[in-house]
Structure formats: structure tokens, C-alpha cells
Write a protein that binds this ligand. Sequence first.
Ligand code: GLC
Length: 555
Amino acid sequence: MSDVLARPDLSRTHDDDAHWWRQAAVYQIYPRSFADADGDGLGDLRGIRDRVPYLQGLGVDAVWMSPFYPSALADGGYDVDDYRDVDPRLGTLADFDELVAALHEAGIRVVIDIVPNHTSDRHEWFQEALTSPRGSAARARYVFRDGLGPDGTEPPADWTSAFGGPAWEPVGDGQWYLHYFATEQPDLNWDNREVRDDFLRTLRFWSDRGVDGFRIDVAHGLAKRLDDELPDQATLDALPRDGAHPLWDRDEVHEIYAEWRGVFDEYSPPRTAVAEAWVESHRRPRYASVEGLGQAFNFDLLEAPFDAAEFRRIVDANLALAAASGSSTTWVLSNHDVVRHATRYGLPEPTVPGEKHGAAWLLSGGATPVLDRERGLRRARAATLFVLGLPGSAYLYQGEELGLPEVADIPASQRQDPAYFRNPGVDIGRDGCRVPLPWTADGASFGFGTDGAHLPQPAWFGDFAADAQDEDPASTLSLYRRALGLRRDLRAAEELEWVPTAGPDVVHFRRPGGWEVVANFGTRPAALPEGTELVASGELADGVLPAETAVWLRR
Ligand code: GLC
């Protein structure tokens, strides 16, 4: 018995070009850590351009670039000084145009990050707000409040920032501003028409420069409703996130995205967008709707254990959710905010509910002997091959194609992430997945640049270098290339049919055209179904699918 799932609603048909994103493999570039052409230790746009042949050879359909805008890097570039420019350390607008042209020439689309929940504190608007009086138009672009107590020296509420520490900061005249993230990231007031118009202008600015799509940072946070009396943090935490929460996932946020959709549809093909929206899964389709952003991240696999039943449940749930919005789903195993999956899968599962994966190991600087690196990589390769076989788009994070592990032992003096500094001893932060890539097994900064790297690369990074893997057919890089190449030919319809398996640890599905994906999540070998092997995450023995291994077959 098998059941057929996820027949997408394609009633709103554009030409094929307009649908490029539905099953795209999108490669996330964290620009400051990708490739450094000018040798200052920070990756840059020319560095990316030099690697376009690598990206083309990898077989990705699009790149998503994390912020490259002018920034003091208080939060890795998610603190934006100017939304319509390039950080001079990373290049110029002319470099950006050249990069887009080179990527397009190579058949690769370009997605960029838009950070609308907050600006940086160096943004000209915020600077103006600081020198303007309470009640001014300049302050109305942000979320300013009078402090409590006789002189306003107490914060308006006891709210905690996402990175730890207080979420309200005083400006010295009795007023405070809200920063849900770092102090350097003041939240914008999206009730303000000027704020709305300015982002429409930004979307057009980049669309006019040929950008194909946008990744929307903290998409569920823009609409806020702050009454005169603010709830305390405990009350906020207890309130349901059902569309009426004061801060998160409010229904009216979609009015903003409906306006954005109007801009996207001014272009041909329409510009696309994907929401970073940490919302309850049943509310995800609103972000992914064709009247809104069009697609939303599903982070379910990123949070799941390496487990057959969990993977299957998550696939079913997300294909159904995507079908409900007429969108396609998005598979993510790693990104710039989480422990890399090659490491995650080699660590024991968190034992305390809500504990961050890898937290204990990271906090020990990798000193606790719990990591099984070989197993982590074996499972990561299997999980990736499984995911690349699914309908929907796959978002890959730079370095995962090298099987790159997390770096745990970055000295405190070289750490950068505000999550580390604002939450001492509790959160080690995200620097460990943002260490500049190893391109060559030797040489200064392993080929990242001509000199140093802005986050320290460990000596073992050379073992994972792209050049060391380039010609090795068994390497992780070769596995990604082969799978991505085949995926281009194989992804026809967005359908999936489960095939029954002999045991609970094996998951097997069929795609149209006789393409089958089988993954053994268990610790014992399983029987290998019949078919011609297209690609496997590990070496197959005769008729046997080894433990923690996936394969694509053709029948
Ligand atoms: C998103 C980004 C993260 C950033 C935060 C604040 O979650 O992915 O890197 O720190 O937003 O902008």
C-alpha cells in the first residue's frame, strides 16, 4: 500500500521561468566567510565572483547571500547601516552588479537577505532619532517608550532580548528603545508609512539590479502591538501565538507582505521571497501564500533527531502544508544560526527539553569526548541525500558540501556573536558554523584569502578543503555534485509516493519517472531494494544498504 502526497496547486501558472524556485537547490553564502579576494581577512564580493565556476560545478540553481550591506558587524551583518549599498570592505555596487552578471551567466539565480525587523544603531534614521526629541517623527520610525519610575530610569518592561540581556535600552532622556536582538539592532515601527515605503524602495532597488529573490529575516516579527500597559516577560511567554500575540506572528503582518507581493509582481519573472518565520507550523502557509512572500522556511528537519519515523512524519506534514498554500516546501539541515549537521548528528540528542543542540559540547570548547565525528558525517551525508531527493527546494549552507564540522574551540577573545557575549556561560553563539571556508589543504587561511581569516580556522580544516576533495569520487563534495546534477534531471513533478519497507528504520519513497530514494536510519544493515544505483551516501555492499546510509535508485 502506498499513498500519494502533495500534488501542488499550480492553478496560478506562470511560465516555467517563474517557477524556478519551486524545486531549486539554493546555496547559502555567508559572504564574510566565503572567499576573500583582497586579503583583509573578510570575505568579499570579488571572492564570490572568483568562485562562480565552483558554484556552477556544484550544480546549485541559486545562491542566497546573507547580508553584505554596510555594517559594524554587531550581529554578523544583520545590523544594517544602509539597505541600498555594499559594505566597502566587501566591495562596491559595481562589484555587486558584476557578481550578479557572472552568476546569471552561469545559470545561477541570486537571492539576497532583507532585514526589516530592525536597522543598525548606525543607520541614519536611528542617528536622527537619537538627536530628536520624544514624540518626534524621527523617533516614530522606531519603538520608543518612556521609562518607568520618576525619572524614567526603569525600563518600560522586563523583556529579554533573543540574545540574552534586556530588550530595552535607555537613550538618556527618560526614553528607551526596543531591540529584540542586540542593543545595536533597534526594532523598526512597521505602523509607520515611511518605514513601509522605504522597504518597497529597497525591494525595487535590488530587483532593478537583477536580484531574483529575497530571504526575509525575522519575517514573523514586523507587526507589533504595544499597548500603553506592557505585559511582563512571563505573560508574553505564556500568550498563545495565534495571530494576536503583541510581538510575534500577528495576522496583520501579511498586509505588509501583500504590498511586497505587488512589487515582486512588477517584474518578469516575478521576484520570489522566502520567509524566515519561526511560527507554529499550521500558520506557515500564510507566509508561503501566493498573495504573500510565496515560500517559508520549514526548519523541522534542522531540529529533528536522525530518526526514520521523525523524518517521514516531517516530510508528510510539510508537503501537506506546502500544498495548502500552493507553495513548495523548503528543506534545511544547516544554516548560519545552528550547529552544522555533520556535527549535530555525531552528538547525543539533547536531554533537557528546549536545550539547544550541541550546547553542552560547544560550551566545553569541544573538550567533552562525546562527539563521534565519523558517525556525524556518515549520517549527514545520508540525511542530505534523503533531503535532496524530496520535492520542494533544498537550502544548503556553505561548507556542508565539504562535510565541514562545527568549530567548537574558538577562543573567547576571537568570538564575535552577540549571543555569546550577552549570555555568558549559557550560549556559546554561532561563530562555530561561520568560520571561513577551507578551499585548499595548505596555504595561508587554507585558500580563503591571502592572509588571515576573521575567525580562526583550526589546523584540521585542511582535511576538509575543497581541493583535497575535488577529484576523490568518495568525497562529500563529489557526493553533492553528483546528487545535485542528477536532481536537475530527475525532479519533474512535485510528487512523492511512500514505498513500504521491511523495518521501521528504513524509509523509501518513489518520485515520478522511476526514481527512488531509500534511507536506512538504523544502526544495522538493511536489504537493498532492486534498482540501478544512481548515487549513494556510503559504499554499498552486494544487496545490502549499510547502516546510516541513503541511496538513489532507478527502476
Ligand atoms: C535571523 C538571522 C540571524 C540574526 C537574527 C537577527 O534569525 O538568521 O542570524 O541574528 O535574525 O537579525
